[in-house]
Design a protein around this ligand. Structure first.
Ligand code: FAD
Ligand code: SF4
Length: 512
């Protein structure tokens, strides 16, 4: 054939640059259910299912439009790697050129390039227009800056794309006069709880997806996670309906309660759109436009709309920029010299720490946790315990339906573990159990006391927090954004600190 257009599992977008000059009479699409990863490491069943089911629906849509798709499904025997699949397709089609939208992962990019080079066929890698900031624009923005900060990038993005901007006396200004309404987005539910939370729209799996479910259960009998509640959007229509549902029913309350947690309320007012966005079933511009319209038509307050825009136009684009700027070496970062193994309960949810049990149990059940559960429960515990960032990163990549390396790795290595020594975030996010007590109801159901750092009821977060401060005092005591935390450490009685640190060591040994 003329062109073989390679479509990866997270590139399910009809507008993708790879299709720009597609000629159905001359070209073929190639898709491959490469399950090498899932064969090597445990991967949540819902994540495997999401990718495969969405790929199959995308293939069906292309074929309905009269396009020819060579699809290697997981039923095909032999080497399950992407590289081997591509070699076989090249041998079959002898294409003049391979065309691809740039992949979202260093490893995949290198593997495909190696196969193309070995076969001596040109591989044309086109920019990914899904993102609002190209890799080149991000590196232009970053060049010459000593430190990278989300806030600077976010303001630049708002101005550049004229989003939530208005004309003021001195030029364009942020709508509402402030760039960032984060301070209004940290409410907790208090004792009363969230009350009735609107149930998010879910999508009952069709027959094909149910067949695939059974197949996955058979092929991966030991994979973690359950499929009973699987209801993620699997195609562009469903993704649009999920967006509409979020904008109508949850966006207004999204902002204020963004950081709050509550047991048996996995989604609260969150969008549940990350998987659809990352598979490219949904365009981020659409999400931003829908949110801005909701503000303009007074369906949602500015704090919620700005909060969402900051996540999509700011954080999502920023972490991608950092991922490509830093290169594969970023994945090996370990600035805090952390080497503790990941506790087993991350894979089972079996722990009497109520917050961790609830957050991990929910991930096993749904493949989902919201941002604060990821950052301030599972991530924080690993940071305080001193878990090796690579081990933690492998867990996040395996267990969440929305996990793809370009977004997952910077969030884990940079934002959550500070393993990149502040390349991405301005400070380590550390807190005692009292933060979790304030933001959730988990501690009410726990045998530990979030205030206690010593004794039988000592909360592990609180013990490990003081130990973390003591272990890293040399690094952070003079850091402008964390100095206060370390000043409090200096006030702690020396004997008490020694006892706390002994407790932390014992905890570390018991969890190793
Ligand atoms: P909402 O909370 O409703 O936010 C709306 C959207 O904003 C999300 O759909 C997402 O696209 C975007 N967003 C929000 N925060 C971030 C962020 N920090 N980085 C990038 N985009 C953001 N997100 C992933 O998509 N995949 C991951 O593998 C992933 N791993 C993470 C690991 C850790 C340790 C942390 C702290 C965060 C991680 N995030 C990841 C970011 C964020 O937690 C999820 O995007 C969010 O929880 C998805 O749920 P939602 O769609 O309901 O999002
Ligand atoms: Fe988690 Fe500590 Fe609260 Fe228990 S007391 S739920 S371990 S923060």
């Amino acid at each position: 054939c003329r062109h073989l257009v390679l479509v990866l599992g997270d590139q399910l977008d009809r507008q993708s640059s790879a299709f720009q000059d597609f000629d159905p009479a001359l070209d073929w699409v190639w898709m491959c259910e490469a399950l090498e990863e899932s064969m090597l490491v445990p991967v949540h069943r819902a994540r495997i299912l999401l990718f495969l089911a969405a790929m199959r629906q995308f293939r069906a849509a292309l074929e309905d439009a009269g396009w020819r798709v060579h699809y290697r499904s997981l039923e095909v025997q032999g080497d399950p790697s992407l590289g081997a699949g591509l070699e076989a397709a090249i041998a079959l089609f002898r294409p003049r050129r391979l065309i691809l939208t740039e992949p979202g992962e260093h490893r995949v990019s290198a593997a495909l390039q190696a196969v193309a080079a070995a076969a001596n066929i040109p591989l044309e890698c086109r920019p990914d227009h899904h993102f609002l900031c190209s890799r080149e624009s991000f590196s232009d923005w970053a060049s010459g800056r000593k430190v990278l900060r989300l806030e600077h990038f976010y303001r630049h993005q708002r101005q550049h794309h004229a989003i939530l901007m208005t004309a003021g006396p001195t030029g364009m200004e942020p709508v509402g006069g402030r760039w960032n309404l984060d301070a209004e987005n940290r409410k907790a539910f208090g004792r009363k709880g969230p009350g009735l939370v609107p149930r998010p729209l879910g999508f009952t799996p069709d027959q094909g997806t149910r067949d695939l479910m059974r197949h996955i259960e058979r092929i991966f009998p030991t994979a973690p996670g359950r499929l009973a509640h699987f209801d993620w959007p699997l195609n562009a229509d469903q993704a649009n309906a999920a967006l509409d549902d979020f904008i109508r029913h949850r966006l207004a309350a999204f902002g204020p309660w963004q950081d709050a947690m509550w047991s048996h309320e996995p989604y609260l007012y969150h969008a549940r759109l990350s998987a659809a966005l990352n598979l490219k079933l949904l365009d981020p511009r659409q999400v931003i436009a829908a949110a801005v319209t909701a503000f303009e038509t007074q369906q949602a307050p500015l704090a919620s709309v700005e909060g969402l825009v900051r996540q999509i136009l700011g954080w999502r684009e920023y972490v991608r920029g950092v991922y490509w700027l830093e290169g594969p070496a970023y994945l090996e970062s370990n600035a805090l010299d952390a080497h503790q193994p990941l506790p087993d309960f991350y894979w089972t949810g079996q722990t009497d720490y109520a917050c961790l049990g609830a957050s991990i149990g929910q991930v096993l059940e749904l493949g989902y946790g919201h941002h604060i559960q990821r950052l301030m429960v599972t991530g924080l515990f690993a940071l305080l315990l001193g878990v090796a960032p690579r081990a933690l990163q492998a867990w996040y990549l395996a267990m969440f339906v929305d996990a793809v390396e370009w977004v997952e790795a910077p969030n884990v290595i940079g934002m959550s573990q500070y393993a990149d020594h502040g390349r991405l975030a301005s400070k380590p996010y550390v807190a005692t159990g009292q933060y979790i007590a304030r933001m959730s109801n988990y501690c009410h159901q726990c045998r530990y006391d979030p205030k206690a750092s010593l004794g039988d009821r000592a909360c592990p977060f609180t013990t490990l927090y003081w130990d973390f401060l003591a272990r890293h005092a040399g690094r952070f005591a003079s850091h402008p954004r964390t100095a206060l935390q370390w000043r409090n450490l200096a006030r702690l009685d020396a004997e008490r600190l020694t006892a706390i640190r002994r407790g932390a060591d014992a905890l570390r040994r018991s969890l190793a």
